[in-house]
Design a protein around this ligand. Structure first.
Ligand SMILES: Cc1cc2nc3c(=O)[nH]c(=O)nc-3n(C[C@H](O)[C@H](O)[C@H](O)COP(=O)(O)O)c2cc1C
Length: 149
């Protein structure tokens, strides 16, 4: 039995728009870190293409996926934006802050990147929430025990 597997989280797609280059990455390692101002943190593997983009970006969106979004979570979580435009495969909308929000999102947080630091083989990006929106009253897609639930 793996103790870390018992740490359940919502499944998200973290998106960026770097001078018109859109990308999104499935991220389960996400958490709230401050109440006032409202802030979140996402942990991104150092080898991911998204890590390169997030290093340069000033903002990102945390798109919280609904129970029905398993397929899109797997797609954004296995294909790399380094070689593929992931937003070509699924419909999406642009947020007020000009960040892509993919189909399957039930709520999203538009964040200003306010910090980042290394954590082992990942880099943690901290965002201050500037805008947030609920799109659908649906249960979130959960990641726990190393699988989607
Ligand atoms: C359910 C699920 C959760 C994931 N969670 C994370 C995560 O928290 N951090 C991370 O760096 N990669 C995570 N991944 C892996 C990335 O989403 C995957 O490597 C992705 O293809 C990287 O895309 P990119 O190269 O366009 O950045 C997860 C994948 C899946 C399927």
């Amino acid at each position: 039995m793996d103790a870390l597997g018992k740490l359940y989280t919502s499944t998200t797609i973290v998106t960026v728009n770097l001078d018109g280059k859109l990308n999104g990455i499935t991220v389960a390692w996400v958490t709230r870190v401050s109440w006032q101002p409202p802030m979140v943190a996402v942990s991104i593997g150092k080898t991911r293409y998204s890590r390169e983009l997030l290093d340069k970006a000033d903002s990102f969106a945390v798109c919280i996926l609904g129970k029905g979004a398993r397929e899109i979570a797997e797609y954004f979580g296995t294909v790399s934006g380094r070689t593929t435009d992931k937003f070509k495969k699924y419909p999406y909308m642009m947020s007020e802050g000009n960040l892509p929000v993919p189909e399957g999102t039930i709520a999203y947080l538009e964040c200003e990147k306010t910090g980042s630091f290394e954590a082992g083989d990942h880099r943690v990006y901290v965002g201050t929430i500037r805008r947030q929106k609920v799109l659908k009253d649906e249960e979130p897609l959960i990641f726990g025990e190393h699988k989607l639930k």
